[in-house]
Write a protein that binds this ligand. Structure first.
Ligand code: CO
Length: 170
């Protein structure tokens, strides 16, 4: 694949689309996953979803880099199959909304099913940062951004702040 992927910044339309299920894991899909990891590392992120690079196929990549050790995972067709009733707030940011962050309330544990790049079905049971990251990235695949999880008032305030930041960049 010669296509070079680029990080897409809000309010790009691809961030609002729902990504499609991947039927076959081809070299193209693996290449997209690897490019996504590169883009994530370059921008010091811990997770990235395909929508954020303009690809509407269900891929997310995550690397929490605990103790500075790289541990990349590429998840194809990730799906939350169980989530806790109990929710906790965590400060979240997003590479597609640079410069802003806010506390988001989400279930504090999830079970996620996905396919790895070999096409094998995997399950992760996660809490902590991994749990937040999985939910944030799977939201992206459904066209949902972390600001959509805030109250209307908070969302308005934070998007105003973001728009001002973007204007001052030019
Ligand atoms: Co994000």
């Amino acid at each position: 694949m010669d296509q070079t992927l680029q990080l897409q910044i809000y309010p790009k339309q691809c961030l609002r689309e729902k990504s499609n299920e991947i039927i076959a894991i081809t070299p193209r899909i693996i290449n997209i996953g690897q490019q996504m990891l590169d883009i994530m590392y370059t921008n010091n992120g811990v997770g990235l979803a395909s929508n954020q690079v303009g690809i509407l196929e269900r891929i997310i990549v995550i690397d929490l880099q605990i103790d500075d050790v790289k541990n990349p995972i590429i998840l194809i067709n990730p799906k939350i199959i169980k989530e806790s009733k109990h929710k906790i707030p965590t400060e979240e940011g997003c590479l597609s909304l640079p410069g802003i962050s806010e506390e988001v309330l989400r279930p504090d544990s999830v079970e996620v099913e996905y396919m790895d790049i070999k096409g094998e079905k995997q399950t992760i049971i996660a809490d902590g940062l991994m749990c937040v990251c999985l939910q944030h990235e799977i939201d992206h695949l459904n066209g949902i951004l972390f600001v959509d999880r805030l109250s209307n008032m908070k969302k308005k305030l934070i998007l105003n702040k973001f728009n001002k930041l973007m204007k001052n960049k030019d």
